[in-house]
Design a protein. Structure first.
Length: 321
């Protein structure tokens, strides 16, 4: 069973001496899974445990906050970069499913952002975890201004007494599998590619909460889910399946956005389920995104909004046949 280590100050002696990997692991895609599997295999061969080190918030979120990118949104490429695929709860759940022994999460703040590569090695890998072996991806960089790389890590390992190994990227269609590529595929509404890169459909998890009941007034009651993200990798109207309520996924149509027609400012995920009228408040659900229908729009009045939703429902039902 995967155990969570929150920060360097919660390291017990039995956490030390393992095989380690480091990264953001946003999305837990096929490349991440291949790397984690290699870490587990190496740990088993060395008769020790496996450890994955990750960061919260993710470095890209920390630096985006400094540059206020989510507010500006002037550069679409930077917006894609800062839209995380999985929030922490989703990421940890996916990591537990890989069977990794320990997940260490380090708070990425000003102190960690300014930690030099040699200081990171000494403080985290040597003094903290006393690692035996580390495996990283072939694009791995770490430390202040990304000054550390595989060669830097290898030389440090020779001095500090741990071995270093890198792993080639997993390739699909001649291109590297990466979180950035998945974000771009989502932005392009290429859900077939997303599923191939992830090894599963793209989903979001969350708790169903009470909303303003506007959907019910319009004849389309929705399950409302707070996303807890500054920027989302999907925006607009989607055909979806909701998992976690019944044995099979429930078909529906969803809106991811701020609801401009009613002057909304907070990004919500709202799901209208077909032929469903049960109380699911406070239930944790998983929403699978199947196909994008259109972008979110501003309507002059609620009657026009209702007509648009009705058309979305017809299209979504057509998708499910």
């Amino acid at each position: 069973m995967t155990q969570l280590i929150r920060g360097l100050y919660n390291i017990d002696p039995f956490y030390k001496g393992g095989v380690v990997t480091i990264g953001n692991f946003d999305g837990i895609h096929k490349g991440h899974k291949a790397l984690i599997e290699k870490v587990k295999e190496r740990a088993q061969a060395l008769h020790t445990h496996s450890v994955l080190i990750t960061f919260e918030p993710q470095p890209m979120e920390y630096f985006a906050t400094l540059r206020k990118l989510p507010l500006l949104k002037k550069n679409p490429r930077e917006t894609i970069e800062t839209a995380r695929l999985t929030r922490w709860r989703e990421k940890f759940q996916a990591l537990k499913e890989t069977g990794i022994d320990y997940v260490m999460v380090l708070r990425f703040d000003k102190n960690l952002a300014h930690l030099r590569a040699n200081e990171f090695i000494q403080k985290v890998l040597v003094d903290g975890l006393a690692i035996e072996h580390i495996i990283v991806g072939d694009d791995f960089h770490f430390g202040y201004k990304r000054e550390g790389d595989f060669e830097f890590l290898t030389k440090a390992g020779e001095i500090q007494g741990f071995s270093v190994e890198n792993m080639a990227s997993v390739m699909i269609d001649g291109e590297r599998v990466s979180s950035t590529r998945i974000r771009q595929a989502l932005a392009d509404d290429n859900h077939q590619l997303v599923e191939r890169l992830l090894g599963r459909p793209y989903t979001m998890m969350g708790r169903v909460v009470h909303g303003d009941k506007l959907g019910r007034q319009l004849g389309f009651p929705t399950a409302n889910i707070f996303l807890h993200r500054a920027v989302t990798p999907v925006q607009g109207i989607y055909v979806v399946r909701m998992h976690g309520i019944e044995k099979e996924g429930l078909p529906g149509v969803a809106n991811v956005g701020i609801r401009p027609t009613i002057g909304g400012t907070r990004t919500l995920l709202e799901v209208y389920l077909f032929n469903f009228d049960s109380d699911i408040y406070n239930r944790h659900v998983t929403v699978e995104f199947c196909k994008k229908l259109r972008d979110e729009e501003h309507y002059a009045n609620l009657d026009l909004l209702k007509e648009a939703i009705a058309q979305d429902v017809v299209q979504a039902k057509g998708y499910f046949g």
